[in-house]
Design a protein around this ligand. Structure first.
Ligand SMILES: [Ca+2]
Ligand SMILES: [Ca+2]
Length: 237
């Protein structure tokens, strides 16, 4: 996958709009901790209808955002760049395949999507693309292909808030990297950061190289391996 290029990220939602989504936040105490991105490998053995994707060089990861001090996450703006396996199909019977940008976390299937809860209030609609090509699976009932981005921004109603938000489930070529742009509103403040997210089974030269890249952007690597986190060092509000 590393041979595949990334396109330029573009923030899809202003911080002011993100603040509106987080409007229930009445006071922002001084931040004590950080906001992290956590990538967890889910599987390389896929469930139906993508069982035949097993053994074809893909694996699935769950990307979450969390705080390390108990602050609650009130809104998330996420834009991921990478090579995302997609399953589209014609939802409205107009002979044009339709995007599938939303779904359940860690569902073990072959479609990449954002994973907010059903109660999420979108300020920027979820989006993804699909070249309807380059998948090892044949088209039939579904239009399989590879996309280059997943993005959206949503607020989280108070009853559903927690210190961890499931952001996206991605199905990518084994050994892939992601680039993630995040803006995260919490009860401790609003943070934004860009992170390279190497989806590597072990610490690697690529990952060590990424440390320098990330550090220059003010980020700190906490852990690398099957589970890893990166944290920002920049609080905006
Ligand atoms: Ca359609
Ligand atoms: Ca999808």
């Amino acid at each position: 996958m590393n041979s595949l290029g990334f396109c330029t990220a573009r923030r899809t939602m202003s911080l002011a709009a993100l603040a509106v989504l987080a409007s229930a936040v009445l006071a922002a105490p001084p931040a004590r901790g950080g906001v992290f991105v956590d990538a967890t490998r889910v599987t390389s053995t896929f469930d139906a209808p993508e069982t035949s994707l097993t053994g074809k060089g893909f694996e699935a990861w769950q990307i979450d955002v969390l705080t390390d001090n108990g602050d609650l996450i009130t809104a998330v703006d996420v834009s991921l760049l990478g090579a995302f396996h997609q399953r589209w199909y014609d939802l409205d019977f107009d002979a044009v395949p339709d995007p599938t940008p939303l779904g359940a976390p860690s569902d073990g299937r072959g479609d990449s999507h954002l994973t907010p809860t059903a109660e999420a209030r979108f300020g920027t609609a979820p989006e993804e693309n699909n070249n309807v090509w380059d998948s090892p699976l044949p088209d039939g009932a579904f239009d399989y292909g590879i996309g280059t981005y997943l993005r959206g921004a949503w607020g989280i109603p108070s009853p559903q808030r927690s210190d961890r938000v499931a952001a996206a489930y991605v199905v990518v070529p084994i050994g892939s990297d992601l680039v993630g742009d995040f803006a995260v509103a919490t009860t401790g403040g609003t943070f934004e950061f860009r992170s390279v997210i190497p989806l590597c089974p072990e610490p690697s030269t690529l990952w060590l190289g990424a440390i320098g890249l990330v550090a220059s952007a003010g980020l700190r690597i906490v852990r690398c391996g099957r589970r890893r986190r990166t944290s920002h060092r920049r609080q905006l509000t």
